[in-house]
Design a protein around this ligand. Sequence first.
Ligand SMILES: [Zn+2]
Length: 475
Amino acid sequence: MRTIRESLRLKRSETLTAKPDQGRAMECVAADLASTHFIKSGDFTRFADWRFIHRARLNLVPLNGSSSWRTGDRRCRRCGYTTESLSHVVDHCMRYTALYMARHNSIVARIKKAAGTRFQVIAENTTIGTQKLRPDLVIKRGKTVLIIDVTVPFDNRMAAFEVAARSKKEKYEQLRAELASEHGAAEVVPFIVGALGSWDPNNNKFMRQLCSRKYGDLMRKLCVSDTIRSSRNIYIEHITGAFDKVWHKGFLIKLREQLPHTWCALLESYLTDRQFRVIHEEAVTEWKNISAGVPQGSVLGPILYLLYTADIPNNDNNDTITTAMFADDTAILSTSKNQLTATDNLQASINNIFAWTRRWKIKINGDKSVHVNYTLRKTENIPILLNQTLIPQKDSAKYLGMHLDSRLNWKHHVRQKKIQVKEKIRKLYWLVGPHSELTIENKRLLYVAIIKPIWTYGIQLWGCASKSNIDIIQR
Ligand SMILES: [Zn+2]
């Protein structure tokens, strides 16, 4: 029994690692148990890392160039490199050099700490030898010197780790010979952890020299989890961080098109060189620059936002399409006698707007979008896509506090309002209920000020609802 199960398991992992797109990282992950230490225990791993790493190792995180079958713009959205693959983002994009460095340094720090009891640190990130090389750590015990250099290559099959190890050995060969003649024996130790948290089993020999087995087990897990966390942070920065650098720049370009020079100069000074810091009880952080967004809660804020979004493509030349914007809430209405035509027009105009948001680094919240067919006739299920993701079809949409159902009979709206009114009355019951000591005038005042506005809002529109629906609210 056991052998059958075992061989099925092996077969499964062989099939997975053989897959060209998805097997690359899995081959590295499968090489050592430490790479998956957190799966059972959850040790040292945030939920966010967990969610990220499983998708990342199977190459399932959405990126422009993540899969060979994906069409359209494949370039890196930050640096313009030809393919925005996961390996580019977590290992090669020049925008994140500092973050890669920090990820690397956290591993070096762990090694240094582990070496503390048995070894003496001769050099740490300092130039050494006649070639003036700069290995991460040079440590010594007795007559043996170890030259340690940490690399975080992308988990692209074990061959990538072998190449990385070999190139380190070649790089430090001369230094090794010099140190060997000086101290007795010297060895180059390439220390490799994949960017997606694959522990290279070739590190294990060095780990046995470095520290006790127990400490080594712990350190392996920590290195894996640290790396996963850093790589996930880099990925998130890549996906969301855009906004901050280009926003003010793009905004000022638009302002110059729309406003006289003096106004621009004034607004420019209003936006640039702003700083913030966070104070919590005694703790105060240092000042950081704000390069995106407008001061929240300011008088100018909403106006600046309107100026920024004023040139959203609104299909003026096409009278079957209406684009309605209220602050950051946008509705696109496409009308036609034919559902297919209406949907086609809608898709075209969504594509336009999407291209525009990309250009001006505005984020669209795809999750909040809905697609509704307003008609009394039967409809077919024609999909609408936003950036290659399906917008869910619903029977009703909420816009500016009004629930617009697909037959425009306000049934849903009226129901919702009834629920809200009930909820408010329940909360105010101690004030407006029969046991409250308030005078009837004051109770009326509360009703008029708090409860009535809930259902009278937008009555101009839904006042024409059918009698049966209006009855709902009177009950
Ligand atoms: Zn890039």
